[in-house]
Design a protein. Structure first.
Length: 35
């Protein structure tokens, strides 16, 4: 069950949005720290 859910999340469009959101958050934090 767990592996099926994980596989669906990682291959689904939701994972792409989540990944992009994480990158944006990291860039924002870096900008605040180094800006």
């Amino acid at each position: 069950m767990g592996t099926t859910i994980s596989r669906t999340i990682t291959t689904g469009p939701f994972w792409g949005l989540f990944f992009i959101g994480e990158i944006i958050l990291i860039l924002m934090e870096a900008d605040i720290i180094f800006g």
